[in-house]
Design a protein around this ligand. Structure first.
Ligand code: NAD
Ligand code: TYD
Length: 339
C-alpha cells in the first residue's frame, strides 16, 4: 500500500505517518508513505522520521493542482490532514482557512478524480456541527459551523461529498473531537497550558471556563482514521469521539495537578468570540461498523503528554514566542473555580 498523507508534518498527520511506518495498524506492514506538506508555522520535519526508507517528503501546497496531479499516480490512497487548524487564528484572519481548507481540499479531490486514486479519507472535525447544549451529534446532524475555521472545514466536507456523488471519488469523511498528545503545536490549549506551567507562567482561561470539549488521544484518532481508510464505506461520514467530556475548568484542574501548580497560576482572559459552548459526538457507527473504540485512558494519556513536553523542551521552546498567550487580565477567583 502506498499512501499520500497531506499535512503529514503537523501534529495529527505526523502521528499517523510514524505509526503507519511502524506497522502499528492491521495490514500496514511494508506501507510506503509520501508526505505532502507546505511546512507552515504548524508543520515541522522534526515531527517525522525523515530518513526512513519507506518515507518520501515533498514540500508543497495542496492548492497547487499541477503538483498534486503529478504526485498522485502510483498512490493507492490519500489521507488528507493538511489544514489551517486554529480557531483563534481563523477569527483574526479567515482567508488562509478558505484557501487551504476549501480550495486545497477541492484541488486534491479533483486531482484524485483525474488520476483515479482508489481511496480518499478527508480528516474533518466535530466543529462542523457547531455547538450542542445537551446530547450528542450523529453523522446525520446538520452542519452549523460558528467560526471561519469550522466553516472552512464544513465546506471541505461538502466538496468531498459532491466529488463522491458526482465523480465517484471513493471518499470517506471522519469528524473527530479535540485531540491531545505529543507533538501538538503550542498554540492549542493543552500544550499551551503545559508549557506555560513548566516555564513558571500563568495560563489564560477564556471567559469563565465552563465551555466543554470532548478529548481523544491522538493515537486513538489515527487508528480510527486508518480503520476508516481500510474498512469504511465511500460516501459515508464517521464520527470519532473520545468519550471524555470536560469543561475547560476541569481540564485546567487536571493540568495544574500534573504540573504541580495551584489555581493562583490561572488568569481569566476575555472570552473568544462566538465561543462554542459544548462539543459531543455519538460514535456508535464507528464502534459498530468498524469495531473501533478509544484505547488510551484520558488520565494516563494526559500524564504521558505532560511528561513528553517536560522532556522535549527543544521541540516547543522556539514556538512559544509565536504562540504567546493573550494579555493576562484578572486572576481567577475561587468562586469561578467551584461553579
Ligand atoms: P496542525 O495545524 O498541527 O497541522 C497542519 C499541517 O498541515 C501542518 O504540517 C501544515 O504545514 C500543513 N499545511 C497547512 N496548510 C497546507 C497547505 N496549503 N498545503 C500543504 N500542507 C499544509 O493540525 P492538526 O491538529 O494536526 O490537524 C490535522 C487535521 O485534523 C486538520 O484537518 C484538522 O482540521 C483535523 N482535526 C484536528 C483536531 C485537533 O484537535 N487538532 C481535531 C479534529 C480534526
Ligand atoms: P483549542 O485548543 O484552541 O481547541 P478548539 O477551539 O478547536 O476546541 O481550545 C480548546 C478550548 O480551550 C476552547 O474552549 C478554548 C479554550 N482555550 C482557553 O481557555 N485558553 C486558551 O489560551 C486557548 C488556546 C483555548
Amino acid at each position: 500500500m502506498r499512501v499520500l498523507v497531506t499535512g503529514g508534518a503537523g501534529f495529527i498527520g505526523s502521528t499517523y505517518v510514524r505509526e503507519l511506518l511502524d506497522g502499528r495498524y492491521p495490514g500496514s506492514d511494508g506501507a510506503r508513505v509520501t508526505v505532502l506538506d507546505k511546512l507552515t508555522y504548524a508543520g515541522s520535519l522534526a515531527n517525522l522520521p525523515v530518513r526512513h526508507p519507506r518515507l518520501d517528503f515533498v514540500e508543497g501546497d495542496v492548492c497547487d493542482p499541477r503538483l498534486v496531479t503529478d504526485l498522485l499516480p502510483g498512490h493507492d490512497a490519500v489521507v488528507h490532514f493538511a489544514a489551517e487548524s486554529h480557531v483563534d487564528r481563523s477569527l483574526a484572519n479567515g482567508a488562509p482557512f478558505a484557501v487551504t481548507n476549501v480550495v486545497g481540499t477541492q484541488t486534491l479531490l479533483d486531482a484524485c478524480r483525474r488520476t483515479k486514486v482508489e481511496r480518499f479519507v478527508l480528516v474533518s472535525t466535530d466543529e462542523v456541527y457547531g455547538s450542542i447544549p445537551r446530547g450528542s451529534w450523529t453523522e446525520e446532524s446538520p452542519l452549523l459551523p460558528n467560526s471561519p475555521y469550522s466553516a472552512s472545514k464544513a465546506a471541505g466536507d461538502l466538496f468531498a461529498r459532491a466529488y463522491w456523488r458526482a465523480h465517484d471519488v471513493a471518499v470517506s469523511i471522519t469528524r473527530c473531537c479535540n485531540n491531545y498528545g505529543p507533538y501538538q503545536f503550542v498554540e492549542k490549549v493543552i500544550p499551551l497550558f503545559i508549557t506555560t506551567l513548566i516555564d513558571g507562567g500563568d495560563v489564560p482561561l477564556y471567559g469563565d471556563g465552563h465551555h466543554v470539549r470532548e478529548w481523544l488521544h491522538v493515537s486513538d484518532h489515527c487508528r480510527a482514521v486508518h480503520a476508516v481508510l481500510t474498512g469504511g464505506r465511500a460516501g459515508e461520514v464517521y464520527n470519532i469521539g473520545g468519550g471524555t467530556e470536560l469543561s475547560n475548568l476541569e481540564l485546567t484542574g487536571y493540568l495544574l495537578e500534573l504540573c504541580g501548580a495551584g489555581w493562583d497560576r490561572v488568569r481569566r482572559v476575555p472570552d473568544r468570540d462566538a465561543h462554542d459552548e459544548r462539543y459531543s459526538l455519538d460514535s456508535t457507527k464507528l464502534r459498530e461498523e468498524l469495531g473501533v473504540t478509544p484505547q488510551v485512558g484520558f488520565e494516563r494519556g494526559l500524564a504521558a503528554a505532560v511528561e513528553w513536553y517536560g522532556g522535549n523542551r527543544w521541540w516547543w521552546e522556539k514556538d512559544k514566542v509565536a504562540a504567546a498567550p493573550p494579555v493576562l487580565t484578572e486572576p481567577l477567583r475561587a468562586r469561578d473555580v467551584h461553579r
